[in-house]
Each structure stands twice: as C-alpha cells, then as structure tokens.
Write a protein of this length. Sequence first.
Lengths: 349, 132
Amino acid sequence: MKRTLITLFIFLPVATFAYTFPRTLTVGMSGDDVKNLQIILNSDPVTAIASTGPGSNGQESTYFGALTEAALEKFQQKYAPEVLFPAGIYKPTGVAGSYTRAKLEGISSNTNFSSIGRITSVLPADTAMIIPPTSSIQAPQTYYSSQYLASVDFYKKYSSGSVPLFLTISKYSVRHGDSVTITGSGFLEANTIYFGQNYHIDNISRIDSNTLTFVVPESVPNGSYAVWVVNKNGSTYKPNASNFFTISDSPADPPTISDFYPKTVSPTQGAIITISGSGFSATGNNVYSELGTIVNVNSDGHILTFPLSSFSGYLQFVKNLKVVPTTPIIIMISNRNGSASIPTPILLQ
Amino acid sequence: MKISLFLFFSILLISPASAFAVPLAGFPFGGLVSVPLYCTCSQNWRVTYSIAYPLLSPFATSRSLIYQPGETVAYGFQQFVTTPTPATWELGTYAPGAAQCLITAPNPDDPCLILPASGTILTEGASFPGAM
C-alpha cells in the first residue's frame, strides 16, 4: 500500500501555468514576484544568480539584491533583441520592465512550476541570442545619438573598452565564404555579429580594437540583412538601418569607374557630367562631391549622367570661383553594392 | 605698453595652437585651399589644395589631405579659424598614406561611405583668407 501511494505520487501531474509579473522589478524590492524572478533566472545556467549558496537554485529569496540584478542583466543581454532593442535600449539595465517581464513570462510558460512554486523541469532551452556567458556585464552606459557616435572624438575616446561603433563595411554584396571587414571602434576579443534578428555568428576575434574580419557563413541563408556587432560592452544596432548586406550565389559587383567626361568644365556652360564604368544600378545610385549630393540617379549599368547644377552647393561654388579660379572636385558613386570615386578630380574653372 | 602688446601678439601668432611638440616626420606640402569638405561621419575635413596654381593652369594639379581637428597642429592665422577656408594659402607637413574621410550615407543608420585622401596633415600654417 505504501509502495502504491509513493508510485501514485511520482506520477501525479504537477501544476503548469505561466506566471504573470504584476510590476516592474528593480534593486531593493521584495515580494513573491522577486522570488519567481529568481527561480526563472536560475532555470538557465547562463543567467543563474549563483552556483551555490544564497540565491542559487533552491535557495532563492524574496529580496532583489545585487546578485539578482547581475543575473537579470545577463538575461537581458541574452535576449537583447526581444527585451532591450524594442525599447531603444542597447545595454542591460538590471530592471525588469515590460519587455523583460514579457520574456520572463514566456519562459515561465515553458517551465513546470510545482505546487510549491519550484521549477521541477524545464523544456528545451531557448537558444536565441548567444552572448559570451563568461564575461562580466558592465554597468549600463548612456546611449549616444548616432551623430555623437560618429564623431571622431568619440571614436578616439572610446577606441577601447567602451560601446562598440560600426563605421564601414568592406563589401555589401557577397557569397558564402567571402571575407568581410568591418571597421569602427570598441571591438573586443570576442564579438558577435548579427545578420538581422534571426542569424548571428559568435566569438569573432578582432584584428584590433578598430577592425573585425569575418567569413560569411553557410549558416546564414541567402538574403539581405542589416548587420551589427554586439559584445559585452554593448551593441551597434541601429533600428532604422536598411538591409544593406546581401548574401547570394551571384553577388553583384560594386561600382567601378573607368572614365569620366568632361575633365575640365566651366559652370557657365551648363555641364552634363558623364561617368562610365560598371556596377551601376538601374536606380538608387547616389553621387557625392564637395558640391553636395544627388540621390537616386538612374543608369543602364555602364553609363551614369547628371547635370553639374543638380548639386545643392553648385551655386556657392560658382561664386567661389571668383577667388579660387580653378577648383578640383571629386565625384563618388555609391549604391547598394558599394562605392567608387573618379581617379582624378574634375576641374571647375 | 605698445611694445608689450606687440610682443604679446607676435608670440601668440608664432606659437602653435596645440600643446604637444611638432613631430619631426612628415612630407612638406603647400598650396591654395580650393575645396574643404566636411566629413560628416568621421568629423574631420578633406581639404583639396591646388598645388600648382597659377603657373600650370589649366593643368593645375591638386592634392586632398585630411585635416584632423585636435591632432593637426595649426600655425599662423590657421589657429584662429576652426575650419579650412577656401582661397587660403597654406604650407605645412603631412603624413602620406591612405587616409579616410567618412561621410554619412543617405540612411544615417547605414555604414559610412569612404572618400579617399592622400594623407593626413600634421602641421599647417595659413595666410589670411583671400590674400592672393
């Protein structure tokens, strides 16, 4: 009879329910919701509060202290695209706000809580977002505007040990196996490169704090992606970036310029500039010079033409010719496949 | 008093704007500033110099160098202006080699675009703008 009762107890189903966090949680707070937060954090070794002793699995408390905060930051970093990026935040906060609580609640629905509130089993772990788990999480830093991030002072000041900065990429249209270089700053020994929200490659070593090189992996399917870099100091994610990086079996060639005409031009003649080369897009070619920018110029792929007067700064430069009678200007063509500049400047006189 | 003021402004004019010593390396350059382009992403300047005007006009050649705020040491009137000024004659030294002017893409959240330059200006002194 005793053996029968024990057997029945073992096979009694445990209650399963998704826990709903009623409030935002932060350091210094107490309550059963804090304890449930700790239980969920301890369900994953990556986000565990402690391996032994107070705060470890089975020794959770109702108090939100420094250990819980650190574990929550690890949780936020692991699930950053779901809990931080939508809020425009790029560093873990250690505060369980609405997005973080939603993710915690989602995980709790995959977790069996026993009738006494302890986790007795966990379904297959969510494998999204791999951030080097052995690195310590630094204190949250202020998020800087894109203009400030682009400043050279910021570049130098934060050339090591601070929020990563993504400045340039060597190729925009690639195939699997191609080597690509990213320049910027703040790159560490271990970095993760994201291709959109669904694909990433981990443990990318830096060449130096300003340079990363990676090989386009087979694990990222053909397609167009925004690309950003994440490490323990932060992320270069930009919410409005276009899908500027394209992987395909037949990548498009970047633009190249073989010749241009005229070499010397008088503004009073209403010059039409003709650039010949290859890799020009049918639409979406942008032309840059000291005179300004012309966007979305069409091409047949080999010839690109535009009137010099289309540049926004054209009239000012015509005035400048009175004091600088010969003005050399550079022309750069860019499209989604890359960019190229004319080899010698056009002379305005 | 007048002598003191004269000495003060003379010393001010010939003193470099930056506190560090003038580097010994670098190639000399000189020319007329024709086009300064502000590099919106790297926040430096790509300055184009007409280096053979007017003797070889219309075959005047040019060189584009990077003016790096905070690193380029400015002398003379250049230390009183914050940006390179067209029609200014300049002399100085530069470090040759690949230098980059990064400009913001049409979508500012996309990677920056690169305009090439011949080198980075180490030291430069300028005439009063417009003096020809």
